[in-house]
Design a protein around this ligand. Structure first.
Ligand code: GDP
Length: 692
């Protein structure tokens, strides 16, 4: 029973997933022959299908590692290219096209390469075999081919015909065997003819006595013998058996049988010669099985060696620490959720309030700048003000409708600026930024896939809650759009608070001036250009156009900086004045609110903030904190398939290497145990077989 080859083919496919190592290659049958010797025809006769590339332009440029898998219980016949992941291909003409493409992908300038194409053909009609088809030997190099091609092909073949491989040396009957390149190559590496099978094709092209004498060759005797075949598809059947589609076995063997039985004296049983494709197939199976058996021990030793290396690496590099893609993901996810939980404990109402208050304080500053701190109203103070008095609000008359309207309009601009959206955006953006930070600090940082999944989980929830939250907040602050009630306590708190805001702003202004000073190269230079800008503003000097090309001996860039500094200086001086005003007695009382719009608007901002925070907390924050970990579970936990988990873990090169060692170790252990089983089987088989 030929079980060994089958098992070894299984083992080989496992070993291939471990990673090719030359020590681990199992014996194969290597097919060599000159171009047109009939090599392809023999292989196709064995498989029963036309599937090899055809054509005159050196169509076999890469070794084809052909694995035949006998599937006795199946109907279907199909091929697979494991490296391409194209799935099962049942149409053999499609396999032929793919092989042609893969071969022709090797550029003409190179012509041959030793990078093999792997092809597995499964069928109930093929034997279990591993065959390697190589580019045919050529006699002369074509004018468009590299001159060293002959040598390259020969070297490539030499590489494959080494032990323990079996050599299938193809020669055509109509060419003198002494001239057979295949046999000559084989003789070089297998001088005693121990592992070479001679195949003589085109037996139909020589008369029977000559054919018989060829098969009886004594010049290069082979232990495994010569087999004569007629493996061409008979011409009259090619129409019937459409090229590349149906099985050609029946046609070939009918033709071949007819030929050989027509010469019973030379090829009949009495003659004791090996002829026919069927005989060849059986011989191949038998020889391969025996070669496999003979190499069991050495293969097993090689695997043991590899396993020892993997075990050692696992111990030294990874301290024998077990790891699986699943456990890695689960641990990473737990750690991330833990860090998120910690974050939620430090990101609650007080933090949201703080952020919102800051944002609204900025809006208040903008409003004040636009409505109060800009140029004084002409009809209230007709004389052009000196820079220092700019900041002094023209004495606000509490009875004047003008000042009433001004404060009302400012308040309304504040309450109607879209607090709902502003507040929701501020908080949502902050959450998203925090999540990004948590990702960056987690093991997920080196996993693009997970990073994206987490970011999307967060933005998904935030986007979903965005509109309803901002609507809710907007609704709840609605009353403030109509009326603002204020108490003395609130006023004095606001007074204190806004002074802080202005102080910060003043510091920021001063720092910005300093910054401009540094960029232009010194205080003096800046002062000169500022003086020029001031004079130009008063009309003392004339600047052509907008000074885009410079003026007063200053470059346009310097002038720009000068204007910026003048603006900042004016802003700073206003802020100082207003700070003084806030400290003054007038601002102590709410009665003077028209004189102290800063305080009034600050109190409004605080009211808006408190109300917004309540709803943001419920509608956005709590919802997020509840849903986010669940969403993570869906996207990174149970929602992921096995392959995805594996792909995820392997994104990290360190983890990938760790997992690989473990897998390698496990697979090698598995292979080794299978090998041990096979060896036990062999020993048992031998003891039962009668000794010769
Ligand atoms: P390769 O180049 O070695 O793969 O050779 P092919 O298998 O393509 O065969 C070369 C040519 O020889 C083709 O035209 C085949 O039809 C023909 N041929 C192959 N085997 C036989 C055979 O047994 N008898 C005859 N008469 N022709 C054959």
């Amino acid at each position: 029973m030929m079980v060994l080859t089958k098992k070894m083919i299984e083992i080989r496919s496992i070993l291939q997933t471990v990673g090719q190592s030359s020590a681990l290659t199992l014996p194969s049958i290597v097919v060599i022959g000159s171009q047109s010797s009939g090599k392809s025809s023999v292989l196709e006769a064995i498989v029963g299908h036309e599937f090899l590339p055809k054509g005159s332009n050196m169509v076999t440029r890469r070794p084809i590692e052909l694995t035949l898998v006998n599937t006795p219980d199946a109907q279907a016949e199909y091929g697979e290219f494991p490296a391409l992941g194209l799935g099962k291909i049942t149409d053999f003409s499609s396999i032929q096209r793919t092989l042609t493409e893969l071969n022709l992908a090797v550029p003409d300038s190179e012509c041959v390469t030793d990078d093999p194409i792997q092809l597995t053909i499964s069928s109930p009609h093929v034997p279990d075999l591993t065959l390697i088809d190589l580019p045919g030997y050529i006699q002369v190099v074509g004018h468009d081919q590299p001159s060293e091609l002959k040598q390259k092909i020969s070297d490539l073949c030499d590489k494959y015909i080494q032990p323990p491989n079996v050599i299938l040396a193809i020669s055509a009957a109509d060419v003198d065997l002494a001239n057979s390149t295949a046999l000559r190559a084989s003789r070089r590496v297998d001088p005693r003819g121990e592992r070479t099978i001679g195949v003589v094709t085109k037996m139909d092209l020589v008369d029977a006595p000559r054919g018989a004498s060829i098969l009886n060759d004594k010049k290069y005797p082979l232990r495994l013998g010569y087999v004569g075949v007629v493996s061409r598809v008979p011409p009259q059947t090619t129409g019937l058996f459409k090229k590349g589609s149906g099985s050609i076995s029946a046609a070939i063997s009918k033709n071949e049988n007819a030929f050989f039985s027509a010469h019973p004296i030379e090829y009949g049983p009495e003659a004791g010669l090996s002829v026919g494709t069927t005989t060849l197939r059986k011989k191949l199976m038998h020889v391969l099985e025996q070669t496999m058996a003979a190499s069991l021990q050495s293969t097993s030793d090689a695997i043991k060696q590899e396993l020892e290396e993997a075990t050692y690496e696992f111990k030294v590099q990874y301290n024998d620490r077990p790891l699986s893609a699943e456990s890695y993901l689960a641990e990473s996810l737990d750690a991330f959720k833990h860090s998120f939980k910690e974050f939620t404990e430090h990101f609650g109402r007080p933090q949201v309030r703080e952020m919102l208050k800051e944002e609204l304080a900025q809006r208040v500053l903008d409003l004040l700048a636009a409505r109060y701190w800009n140029k004084p109203v002409p009809d209230l103070s007709p004389a052009p003000p000196e820079p220092d008095s700019l900041a002094d609000l023209p004495n606000a008359d509490p009875e004047s409708l003008y000042w009433h309207r001004k404060l009302d309009a400012s308040t309304s601009a504040l309450t109607k600026l879209g607090v709902g959206r502003v507040a929701t955006s501020v908080v949502a953006n902050a959450i998203q930024a925090h999540i990004d930070r948590l990702i960056a600090q987690s093991t997920f940082a080196s996993h693009p896939f997970a990073r994206q999944a987490i970011t999307e989980a967060a933005s998904g929830i935030l986007n979903e809650r965005y509109y309803s939250t901002s609507d809710q907040v907007e609704n709840c602050i609605k009353p403030y759009k109509f009326e603002i009630d204020m108490e003395d306590g609130e006023w004095s708190k606001g007074r204190e608070n806004v002074a802080g805001v202005l102080k910060n702003e003043l510091q920021a202004c001063e720092a910005a001036v300093k910054n401009v000073e540094d960029t232009v190269g010194g205080r003096r230079k800046l002062r000169d250009v500022m003086t020029f800008v001031d004079r130009a503003r008063k009309g003392d000097v004339v600047v052509e156009g907008d000074g885009a090309s410079g003026a007063g001996g200053f470059s346009s860039a310097l002038l720009q900086k000068g204007r910026e500094a003048v603006f900042l200086r004016d802003r700073a001086s206003i802020l100082r004045m207003r700070l003084a005003a806030l400290k003054s007695k007038q601002c102590a009382s709410m009665k003077n609110k028209y004189y102290c719009p800063e305080i009034f608007l600050d109190v409004v901002a605080t009211k808006l903030t408190s109300t917004a925070v309540l709803f943001l907390n419920v509608e956005l924050l709590s919802e997020f904190n509840y849903n986010f970990p669940r969403e993570l579970d869906i996207r990174l936990g149970r929602g992921l398939g096995k392959d995805e988990v594996e792909r995820f873990a392997r994104e990290d090169p360190k983890i990938k290497a760790h997992l690989e060692v473990i897998r390698r170790k496990e697979l090698l252990e598995l292979v080794l145990s299978k090998m041990d089983g096979l060896r036990a089987l062999e020993v048992e088989g031998k003891s039962r077989r009668p000794s010769p």
